[in-house]
Ligand binder design. Sequence first.
Ligand code: NAD
Length: 496
Amino acid sequence: MVAGLLERLGVAAAAYTQGDYPVHTPIDGSQIASVKLLGKAETIARIDQAQRAFEAWRSVPAPRRGELVRLFGEVLREHKADLGELVSIEAGKITQEGLGEVQEMIDICDFAVGLSRQLYGLTIASERPGHHMRETWHPLGVVGVISAFNFPVAVWAWNTALALVAGNSVVWKPSEKTPLTALACQALFEKALKAFGDAPAGLAQLVIGGREAGEAMVDDPRVPLVSATGSTRMGREVGPRVAARFGRSILELGGNNAMILAPSADLDLAVRGILFSAVGTAGQRCTTLRRLIVHRSIKDEVVARVKAAYGKVRIGDPRKDNLVGPLIDKQSFDAMQGALAKARDEGGQVFGGERQLADQYPNAYYVSPAIAEMPAQSEVVRHETFAPILYVLAYDDFEEALRLNNEVPQGLSSCIFTTDIREAERFQSASGSDCGIANVNIGTSGAEIGGAFGGEKETGGGRESGSDAWKGYMRRQTNTVNYSRELPLAQGIVFD
Ligand code: NAD
């Protein structure tokens, strides 16, 4: 299934045939490759090399560093179809979403190339005569990237494109569920390196490994920044360990994203927004819509329309003409069934959620997306289950809807569908949604790379991608220069 693809992407056969760790596709559950998992010692060796690369790369002018990222964007354009297909095979995304993920990589490369000429600092007015002050941004060091299975390539690119133009080197530990897409990214990056010519060896390293490899990175003081994407459980372990050695982390963790659907909303738009956000990627996006907070007066109509839309969703092989592919594995299916049982126990009325296509794919886990009408925001609703379950809650007044939106431990994405400008503005105000992303008349998922991406509370507080997220990958330095013949002290202090 993958040999031809991997060959075109430049991955040597030995890298995916000679290990003892099996790689399965969620499409039919079959084994498609076997890779070697690296442990602590190998991870440390890669960090050594990345540290040496950093020491050279930090002095290369930023626009020249941008040239490498520009070349990488070109290589990605050339290989978009193949890499997108590999994402579908390994992560189970439908073709459009696999291609969309690669497009995100290309977009962040373009963004980073522009950024490489705009790593601006500040000039600050000094209180002392004959002095000037400025703020400059310098490269940080080795950036450790830990990524999740559900965005197997884009999250690495978000981090790597910025880290490289910022003058850093990168060590990447992808999810052990998606090593093939990582091998392909590394091969494509090496192609860009070759075209670039003189980048230091080991500038971007790959560690195919499990937790042990991740932990080696987390604990190494030569890694000043760990950017970790995954579950809140993982972030709870990684965050304090990095902080304990005074390292920095960018944590991009679980979400529990809501839509407030107001009575004035354009319901045609809203139903389409619900469908894409709740069902896309089989509910396996960090920004997946998990809670629909709908005004009681329109709840029955909306639920009926969403159920009708769900009924038409084509489920199956993500490379064919379907909208919903498989869950990543059995564990994920079991978690979904457990959550639905709990929803029933907590008084919910469940629609959908059954296993599909089990005869055709006994070792793969396709499900119909589920809707659970809940009497309250109970325990199961407050928890992120990484599967297509949409909890529906009714509200009577807007304050109650806002309260429900915010009363969960996570704070990634949120949206409101309304045509009432007071509600829309309030939702995005200081007393509105408490999430990192708050949209109006757009669903919770499918962010553009131009904005800073990330969330609050148990989502971890990190920001990646656009806006000024690049600052997270650099160190800030304040400079004061005295060009006078005196030595005046700050705060008017006389020290004679
Ligand atoms: P996961 O937490 O199981 O694994 C994520 C990564 O962390 C993997 O590479 C894993 O090997 C590594 N890891 C796990 N424990 C570790 C430890 N103690 N030390 C170092 N590394 C460790 O997550 P997953 O199942 O792959 O992905 C799904 C989760 O990721 C969901 O919760 C989803 O919301 C979240 N996610 C968040 C974002 C975001 O930007 N906020 C994006 C994608 C996914």
